[in-house]
Ligand binder design. Structure first.
Ligand code: 16G
Ligand code: MG
Length: 560
């Protein structure tokens, strides 16, 4: 590192002293904390993003958001060149940078890391970082801090893309690195045109009735509602009524949003008895999660149509289209490609959904909680569909398959225009453009759900009835040290402390269709307990027993 670079870093970092007595970690979704203590962290992540850009010789993204958390929180995370999450290898460096005690310490860490990673400051290709933020009031000043971090690496360029959903920023990073147009207008253009393409290919006679054409969306008083309001103007249908768009004075994520709806299983603010039976959906604060729901007639309760059901709908549709595409196959000529289709879930997926998917003949795999794990696994397939029950998920297509599909689509256009096979090829291609392959995206996911429901001629009721969720219960337990729990097999088995899994097994054995697991949260200082069983009472009782076991092994009473 030359003297100019060193003094630039020392000077700028002295303006961003780290908060005292706080240890920050780059968790499942980047750094997250009360916004008032985050300036130094965001500044340092700016440096990290610029270094990552130098290392990969690609455009990197930096997003300022705390998703579904309260409005006074904020956070920061990095999008890698593919548009996916920051590579896990760099997370320890992110932690070290964020917690460096003073400018000298920070510069020392950077020198060491740059050497280890063989990063060249004076390379021909300057660093470039795209910046985005959600609607949180603290976002503006934190974005300034990020810019300062980026510009403390000589020659690095920061491009402020403005207020965006998290998936929009990831999409832009991916598009830029593929040499494609990557503005917000391009994003809307791609979503709306591929959606229209799917709508044009809807089979005759599967139109659903007018009442079912209306969709009501809870925007969580965040950025998603605002963006959806713009996007819907580019579509002829369905009729979308956006509520909690943030313009009506509601507070971000307060009694609204996908996380609230999914966890509490009650209607969000702004919904009520007049919406009973209508198709409703909810986005989270940065619009990377999507759930649907039906308002029930009593007590503000809802019937939740969660990420597992969205996954099932997508998987059914893709499987059906692949089957059509592969009819009359002749393996000797180039009209057949054995596309491997796989679905990826976590232990939170309702057992009924996994059963259903397997019965459809689908290959189902499990990973630990957190988008980065699911995404990585899904990328092993030609078509990998992943979803967390909380509504985060997407579909990934391999380059090889898409390349074949485009060629096949062209071939079919000239040979058998209007054939079912040609339509299936065009539909799958349209899905690959509509769905955000960088990361789960509530807006593109919503349009795909809408297109598939229209295609099938299904109301939300029919979709919801694909299978019936097993009753479940989620609980939190405060413990002395949550890292004392170590899990294996995609978090389904506790390996430490010894004896806990055996005790949990003994409880599970008491309940028909019982299943339960525990894991340390990646975002809160607690242990999460999940239980499911054949009745709600049984699920509650199993959950409570397992929570008591966790408390017995690790709770505050356990150490005395
Ligand atoms: C984060 C993750 C989400 C996961 C959740 C689990 C991303 C972008 N988000 O929100 O995938 O479900 O954490 O939280 O990876 P928990 O560890 O507190 O249960
Ligand atoms: Mg989110």
């Amino acid at each position: 590192m030359n003297e100019e670079q060193r003094s630039l870093l020392l000077k700028s970092s002295s303006r961003f002293p780290p908060p005292q007595g706080v240890k920050l970690t780059y968790g499942t979704a980047g750094f997250r904390a009360d916004a008032s203590i985050l300036e130094s962290t965001v500044y340092r992540v700016g440096i990290l993003a610029a270094l990552r850009s130098l290392k990969t010789k690609s455009v990197i993204g930096l997003m300022i958001t705390a998703s579904h958390n309260k409005v006074s929180d904020n956070g920061v995370k990095i999008a890698d060149p593919s548009g996916g999450m920051l590579t896990q290898n760099w997370e320890p460096f992110a932690d070290a940078l964020a917690n460096a005690s003073d400018p000298e310490d920070l510069v020392r860490l950077i020198i060491e890391f740059v050497k280890k990673e063989n990063i060249h400051f004076e390379g021909a290709c300057p660093a470039e970082v795209l910046l985005g933020r959600d609607t949180r009031p603290s976002g503006r000043s934190l974005l300034e801090a990020a810019k300062q971090g980026i510009s403390s690496i000589v020659g690095a360029i920061a491009l402020d893309m403005g207020v965006l959903t998290t998936p929009q920023l990831h999409w832009m990073v991916r598009a830029r690195n593929k040499g494609m147009k990557a503005s917000e207008v391009d994003y809307f253009e791609q979503l709306s045109s591929s959606f229209r393409c799917l709508m044009d290919l809807i089979p005759e006679g599967s139109k659903i009735n007018e009442m079912d054409d209306k969709l009501i969306v809870d925007g969580a008083n965040g950025v998603g509602g605002e963006k959806l309001a713009g996007l819907k103007n580019m579509l002829n249908s369905p009729v979308i009524d956006v509520r909690n768009s943030g313009k009506e004075g509601g507070v971000l994520n307060e009694g609204v949003g996908a996380d609230y709806v999914q966890k509490e299983k009650v209607v969000p603010v702004g919904f009520g008895p007049s919406d009973v039976g209508l198709r409703c959906a909810s986005l989270d604060g940065d619009a990377d999660r999507l759930v649907y729901f039906l308002v029930l007639p009593k007590d503000n309760k809802i019937d939740l149509v969660d990420g597992d059901k969205i996954l099932s709908l997508f998987a059914l549709f893709v499987k059906e289209q692949l089957a059509i595409l592969n009819t009359n196959r002749d393996e000797k000529i180039n009209n057949y490609y054995h596309a491997r289709l796989g679905v990826v879930q976590t232990a939170y997926a309702n057992g009924a959904s996994t059963d259903y998917l397997k019965k459809q003949g689908l290959e189902v795999l499990f990973t630990p909680t957190g988008v980065k794990y699911l995404h990585e696994k899904a990328a092993e397939f030609d078509i990998g569909i992943y979803f967390e029950a909380n509504g985060h998920g997407t579909i990934l297509f391999s380059e090889e398959f898409l390349c074949w599909l485009e060629a096949r689509d062209n071939e079919l256009s000239s040979m058998s225009k209007g054939s079912e096979q040609k339509k299936a090829a065009s539909r799958i291609l349209a899905v690959s453009k509509l769905i955000n392959q960088a990361v789960g995206d509530a807006l593109s996911g919503l349009l795909l759900v809408e297109a598939i429901l229209q295609h099938m001629g299904w109301s939300i009721h029919i979709w919801n009835a694909l299978y019936q969720d097993l009753p479940s219960r989620q609980l939190k337990v405060k413990v002395v040290d949550r890292t004392a729990i170590v899990t294996a097999n995609a978090e389904t088995v506790v390996v430490k402390p010894p004896g806990l899994q055996e005790a949990i097994n003994a409880e599970i054995a008491k309940y028909p269709q019982g299943r339960s697991f525990v894991r340390p949260s990646g975002t809160e200082d607690i242990i999460r307990v999940y239980a499911e069983a054949s009745t709600q009472d049984a699920a509650d009782s199993l959950g409570n027993s397992v929570a008591r076991l966790v408390d017995k092994f690790l709770g505050f009473g356990s150490s005395s």
